[in-house]
Write a protein of this length. Structure first.
Ligand SMILES: C[C@@H](N)C(=O)N[C@H](C)C(=O)O
Ligand SMILES: [Zn+2]
Length: 200
């Protein structure tokens, strides 16, 4: 944003939907790079206002069934994607391979669609999300065929829970990325520009 401030159309999810749990993995060591990602200064979920409001409505519906949403990544500064690209090119660093990409060469993660070079996260329109306590068959950010939302080989509970999450998010205007059961973007917002302000 101009002058290094926050764009006026972004909000903290905690202010709009405090019932959504936040586990902001890229602000911690607990992610596929094994260290905090550049641009994530604090573990806070920032999103465009319309996305946060849609999530508040989704959380309200989830609550009516005794469920709670959990977000893992929200707005992603562009510098974080640059760091992902550099990380993917560093073949010597395989510290997190077993946990996050056991069957894939890290160099291929972009072309296989698991990480985007121009991510909707940087526009504040995308969110990585699950439901607390439910079995989704694979952990968040396991870059593997098993994480494909409609993978037929996961267990019955995981299949049902992926379908439940997708249906809930779809009812609130989001579409899912077929490779990743956790990644959703709000539809219908045109020309949201990518941003590079720090997450604080
Ligand atoms: C990296 C993963 N959490 C993710 O969000 N992948 C999609 C493709 C993205 O980077 O936009
Ligand atoms: Zn995502």
């Amino acid at each position: 944003a101009a002058g290094g401030g926050l764009p006026h159309d972004f909000v903290r999810l905690a202010d709009i939907a405090p019932g959504v749990k936040q586990d902001m993995r890229y602000a911690s060591d607990n992610n596929f790079t094994g260290r905090p990602v550049p641009g994530y200064v604090a573990p806070q979920c920032w999103l465009r206002r319309e996305v946060a409001e849609a999530l508040a409505a989704a959380q309200k519906e989830a609550e009516s069934e005794g469920l709670r949403l959990i977000v893992y990544d929200c707005y992603r500064p562009q510098r974080a994607t640059k760091a992902f690209i550099a990380w993917a090119q560093d073949a010597a660093d395989q510290a997190m391979k077993t946990l996050y990409y056991p069957n894939i060469d890290k160099k291929a993660l972009f072309e296989l669609g698991y990480i985007a070079k121009a991510s909707a996260h940087s526009t504040g329109l995308a969110v990585d999300i699950g439901i607390v306590g439910l079995d989704f068959g694979t952990p968040f950010d396991l870059f593997d065929e098993a994480s494909a939302t409609r993978n037929p080989n996961v267990g019955a509970a995981a299949k049902a829970n992926r379908a439940k999450l997708s249906a809930l998010m779809q009812r609130h205007g989001f579409s899912n990325l077929p490779q990743e059961w956790w990644h959703f973007a709000l539809e219908g917002v045109k020309d949201a520009p990518p941003q590079d302000f720090e997450v604080r």
